[in-house]
Design a protein around this ligand. Structure first.
Ligand code: HEM
Length: 246
């Protein structure tokens, strides 16, 4: 097949004249959705997560310990082996999963969300709501409410997500609201965790992240919780780790 032929092949099928599942329009909208909804949200989640790791070195150490146990035995620190065995590896990443949830609790990438009532209703809290009423909720504030998370709600503590038996403690999605809840919950929730774990497993065991001295971390409050001046760091190779560049 030559280049000319290649160029005429449609990237996605024209099934159903582009309408409905599998049609061009459906696929185009899905791809746009993924780029629009999964771009800034994920990058901001990474920024705050790395910030927390620098601030809480004891958490970084525990994440390393968990990753080391997998990487040393299975792949000898080759990133692609970690990805190939992701499904099995993922089951062992209880502490990392807890740390990611804890980071999303304290720094939800989307600060606000709202829902509109179709008709009159009474909320579980007892509040009455009229028809066509917009209800806004503040995910940042909810992540730091003592009544929801306890007196230590301002501490970054992945342990709160782990049971005494060492399993992950599932919280309802309407408590950790970073991804929303209900029928319109974020479709990229699982993909976000997969992406983040793969990137973290490639960086944390091999490199130290060191914050640039004097750099000020200032939240930039808009719909997406950016850092106003970004998070400036130095990435330093850890000498004790066997490195494979493949
Ligand atoms: C840290 C990363 C992310 C966060 C914090 C996040 C958060 C959210 C939130 C709060 C909503 C609204 C849910 C609601 O109104 O109840 C949403 C919707 C959505 N998200 Fe995400 N998201 C993230 C990553 C992604 C990724 C990676 C994708 C795609 C691959 C994605 C795709 C979507 C889509 C398609 C919707 C619309 C769902 C619907 O209306 O039915 N998101 N997300």
């Amino acid at each position: 097949m030559d280049d000319q032929e290649n160029a005429t092949i449609p990237i996605i099928s024209s099934k159903n004249n582009g309408v409905g599942v599998g049609g061009d329009k459906f696929l185009r909208d899905t791809i746009i959705n993924i780029f629009m909804a999964g771009g800034d949200t994920t990058s901001v989640a990474f920024t705050w997560f790395f910030y927390l790791l620098v601030k809480y070195p004891q958490v970084t150490a525990k994440i390393r310990e968990e990753l080391d146990a997998i990487l040393i035995t299975q792949s000898n620190y080759k990133d692609d082996d970690f990805v190939k065995n992701f499904s099995d590896n993922n089951k062992k990443l209880v502490y990392l999963h807890a740390a990611l949830c804890e980071s999303l609790r304290m720094y939800p990438p989307l600060l606000f969300n709202h829902k509109t009532s179709v008709k009159s209703d009474v909320l579980p809290s007892g509040h009455k709501v009229g028809p066509n009423t917009e209800i806004y909720f503040d995910m940042y504030a909810m992540g730091r409410m003592k009544s929801l998370w306890g007196d230590d709600c301002n501490e970054f503590k992945p342990e709160r997500w782990i049971t005494k038996q060492g399993n992950f403690k599932l919280e309802p999605s309407n408590k950790l609201l970073a991804f929303g809840a209900g029928p319109r919950i974020c479709q990229g929730r699982s993909m976000t965790f997969i992406q983040m774990k793969i990137v973290i497993a490639a960086i944390i065991p091999k490199y130290d992240i060191v914050a640039v001295e004097g750099h000020q971390v200032v939240p930039d409050v808009s719909i997406v919780l950016q850092m106003k001046h970004g998070f400036k760091v130095k990435i330093v190779r850890r000498p004790s780790i066997p490195l494979h560049d493949s």
